[in-house]
Design a protein around this ligand. Structure first.
Ligand SMILES: Nc1ncnc2c1ncn2[C@@H]1O[C@H](COP(=O)(O)OP(=O)(O)O)[C@@H](O)[C@H]1O
Ligand SMILES: [Mg+2]
Length: 226
C-alpha cells in the first residue's frame, strides 16, 4: 500500500499541497483528477519520491519515504517506480530498442524485446524517435517504463500531447498491461473522461483532495468520452 498522511508542500512560500492524505492499494488503478494548477504533478513527485514533502509522511508497504536519505530514496525509485510523462523524453539519437533497453538495464531485465512487442512496436526496433508518430513515441515510453518491472507506475498526463485517436490507443495499451501485470498505477489527468477507466478516482482542487470515489462500472479506452 502507498499511503500519504497530511502531506504539505510549498514552493516559494505558497502552499501547493495543503495536507493531502490518501491510500492506494497494491495493484490498484487510481486516477488523480483536477484542473491545471491544482497540485497534481506536485503530488505525484512527492508520492514517487522525486521530491520530499515539507511535512507529513509518505509510506510504501510500511517503509517511510520521509525517513530515507537521498541514496535510499534513489534506490527506492530505481527498485519500485516507473514514470510516464506528457513529454516523451526519449533519447533522440538512440533506437527504440536502445531507449527501452536502458530502462530494462536498470533492473537487469533481459526481456525488453517482449515488452516492445506488447506495445505493438515489434517492427520498429531500429527506428529513431523522430521516425515515429506521437502515439508510437509514447508507447516507447510505456515500454521503457515497464521494462524495469516497476511495482508502481506513475503517469502524468500521458495523453496530454496526443490527439483523440492516438490518446485512446495509448490508454488502451496502458490499461491492458496494467490488468495483465497487476502493477499499481497512479495516473494524473485534467480529463474527467479518463477517470471512468479507473478503479478509484481522487479529485483535487487547490492543493486539497476534495473527493474520492470508486467506479462501480469501469469503461475501456474506446468507450469513454473525450
Ligand atoms: N518547481 C516548482 N517551483 C515553483 N512553483 C511550482 C513548482 N512546481 C509547481 N509549482 C506551482 O505549484 C502549483 C501546482 O502545480 P502542479 O503541481 O504542477 O499542478 P498541476 O499538475 O495540477 O497542474 C502551480 O501554481 C505551480 O505554478
Ligand atoms: Mg501537472
Amino acid at each position: 500500500m502507498l499511503k500519504a498522511e497530511n502531506v504539505v508542500k510549498s514552493y516559494n512560500g505558497s502552499e501547493v499541497l495543503k495536507g493531502v492524505s490518501l491510500e492506494v492499494q497494491n495493484g490498484e488503478f487510481v486516477v488523480i483528477l483536477g484542473a491545471s494548477g491544482s497540485g497534481k504533478s506536485t503530488l505525484l513527485s512527492v508520492l514517487s519520491g522525486l521530491e520530499r514533502a515539507d511535512s507529513g509522511n509518505v509510506e510504501y508497504n510500511g517503509e517511510s519515504l520521509s525517513q530515507m536519505n537521498d541514496k535510499q530514496l534513489t534506490e527506492f525509485r530505481k527498485r519500485e517506480v516507473g514514470f510516464i510523462f506528457q513529454q516523451y523524453y526519449l533519447l533522440s539519437h538512440m533506437t527504440v530498442e536502445s531507449n527501452v533497453r536502458m530502462g530494462a538495464d536498470l533492473a537487469g531485465n533481459k526481456n525488453f524485446r517482449e515488452i516492445i512487442s506488447s506495445v505493438g512496436l515489434g517492427d520498429k526496433l531500429k527506428s529513431k524517435p523522430s521516425q515515429l508518430s506521437g502515439g508510437e513515441q509514447q508507447r516507447v515510453c510505456i515500454a521503457r517504463a515497464l521494462a524495469k518491472n516497476p511495482n508502481i507506475l506513475f503517469l502524468d498526463e500521458p495523453t496530454g500531447a496526443l490527439d483523440e485517436k492516438t490518446g485512446r490507443e495509448v490508454l488502451d495499451y496502458i490499461s491492458r498491461l496494467q490488468s495483465e501485470r497487476k502493477f499499481t498505477m497512479i495516473m494524473v489527468t485534467h480529463n474527467s473522461n479518463i477517470a471512468d477507466m479507473a478503479q478509484t478516482v481522487i479529485k483535487m482542487n487547490s492543493g486539497n483532495i476534495v473527493e474520492t470515489y470508486k467506479n462501480t462500472e469501469r469503461k475501456n479506452a474506446y468507450a469513454i468520452g473525450w
